[in-house]
Design a protein around this ligand. Structure first.
Ligand SMILES: [Zn+2]
Length: 166
């Protein structure tokens, strides 16, 4: 079987995925991806009882009863490391964001925004047409691609049969 069949299969699969994911993405009406909005909503509920103590305009000490967080909103960091690792507000950061009357979406990376999701799947993967229509340069056409040379197993060959337990 020629490798072009595999390439054609992969191309068809990506075309199908891009179409379906684009159709799903345009249906989203919220500014953030639904799973991110759900996660932030859960974190907002967790952060509701946290005690937030401002250090300065951008830094906050957030007491959650277990592991306190030191949040820097201007650097988008927290001492729990979740904020800077996921580029998404942790519950400490959400508590600090609520304290300064900002919106959590301002502190989320663009990856989580619906507009970026739609833009990512808005392009299409074009069909390549029938192989008889392809414009292949002669120097490429004459290349014969062979599988790599076979190499035997490493180590000594087994000479003794291992009998079955039965
Ligand atoms: Zn945190």
């Amino acid at each position: 079987m020629p490798i072009t069949v595999l390439i054609e299969f992969i191309k068809d699969m990506f075309q199908h995925w891009f179409h379906d994911w684009y159709e799903e993405a345009v249906k989203v009406t919220t500014p953030l991806n639904p799973w991110v909005a759900k996660l932030l909503s859960k974190r907002f509920n967790d952060a509701h009882h946290f005690v937030v103590k401002p250090i300065n305009r951008g830094e906050f000490k957030v007491k959650d009863g277990k592991m306190d967080g030191l949040v820097n909103l201007s650097k988008k960091t927290c001492s729990c490391c979740e904020f800077q690792t996921d580029l998404l507000s942790c519950s400490h950061a959400i508590a600090a964001i609520s304290k300064c009357n900002c919106e959590a979406i301002e502190f989320c990376a663009d990856y989580y925004k619906t507009t970026v999701l739609v833009e990512g799947y808005s392009r299409s993967i074009e069909p390549v047409g029938h192989p008889s229509e392809w414009d292949i340069p002669p120097h490429v056409k004459q290349i014969i691609v062979l599988p790599p040379p076979w190499q035997g197993q490493v180590g000594r060959l087994r000479r003794k049969r291992i009998p079955s337990t039965g």
